[in-house]
Design a protein. Structure first.
Ligand SMILES: [Zn+2]
Length: 299
């Protein structure tokens, strides 16, 4: 009897220690898996206001449903090669300079959600300041115009809220016209001592009637004549990325139309609030106003 009891005791102890070591090994494997499962890198390492940040993720084999979240926006990824995915973050020109959390998550082979959290540091950019004094009647909008401007800005702002998960652009983005820059991105305008909205795009020198090329493939989401930007075209490149072309003399495309990179969207003009022919080129990424040159630098 005594012998049997000690035998049971022996086997119980052996079983317990084996289970514990299996649990310990397994626990170790899960913890390690969490760290190695998603390798996240971004560049530039520290981003300035108004810049694009490229986030690359290498996922272990068997990873699925890769998603991300940044500034309360859901991020979609596109494949760059086997097991490697990319997404773009846009830091608005007015984003407060601090650290923002980036969350990346995916499922492993067993269906478990693996989450990886990172901190992106945003630095203040020294934007140029432009002071202008103009006659009051040129600065203050009459009631009717004020209502029109409000309606138009609501219509345009709705566009950024309808992001498509798929990506239409491919390869590098091209300059829509060749002319040099007349006015840089982010210039803080102070009109009659009152701060106005900063310049949310770049002004490129161009001749009246010059062809404006679509910077990359996408879908035309707006063709309209607006008070400030005149004849305007907005192209949705997918995954929250849009390019805008303002002050046209005419547009050659329709809303809903699929446009290839390099296609002529319209001709240069000075419609809307513009002092002479030029192209105002703007970019939105997940609603953030970003520098078009940041887009041209993408490889
Ligand atoms: Zn402009």
């Amino acid at each position: 009897m005594e012998k049997t009891r000690s035998k049971i005791h022996f086997w119980l102890c052996w079983f317990l220690s084996l289970s514990l070591s299996i649990l310990f090994l397994l626990g170790d494997a899960i913890a390690k898996g969490g760290e190695d499962f998603l390798e996240v890198n971004w560049f530039p390492g520290e981003v300035h206001q108004g810049e694009i940040c490229v986030v690359d993720v290498s996922a272990s084999t068997g990873a699925s449903l890769l998603t991300g979240e940044f500034q309360e926006k859901v991020l979609s990824f596109y494949k760059i090669k086997k097991g490697e995915f990319r997404t773009l973050l846009g830091l608005d020109l007015d984003a407060s300079p601090r650290t923002y959390e980036l969350t990346i998550s995916a499922r492993d082979r067993g269906g478990n959600v693996i989450e990886s959290r990172h901190h992106i540091r945003v630095l203040e950019k020294d934007f140029e300041v432009q002071r202008l004094t103009l006659p009051k009647k040129m600065v203050v909008l009459d009631k009717k115009t004020g209502v029109r401007v409000g309606r138009e800005s609501r219509k345009v702002n709705k566009i950024w809220k309808k992001e498509r998960g798929e990506r239409f652009w491919n390869g590098e983005f091209i300059r829509p016209v060749n002319g040099k820059m007349l006015s840089p991105f982010g210039v803080r305008r102070i009109l009659n001592n009152l701060p106005r909205s900063p310049h949310s795009g770049i002004d490129l020198r161009a001749k009246m009637g010059e062809e404006i090329l679509c910077s990359n493939t996408g879908i035309v989401v707006l063709v309209d004549d607006l008070y400030f930007s005149g004849k305007s075209v907005i192209v949705d490149h997918g995954q929250g990325l849009y390019t805008m072309y303002f002050h046209l003399s005419r547009s050659n495309v329709k809303e809903g139309q699929h446009v290839e990179k390099g296609r002529v969207l319209g001709l240069v003009g000075y419609s809307g609030r513009s002092t002479g022919p030029h192209l105002h080129w703007g970019v939105r990424l997940h609603g953030a106003r970003v520098d078009p040159f940041s887009l041209l630098r993408l490889k």
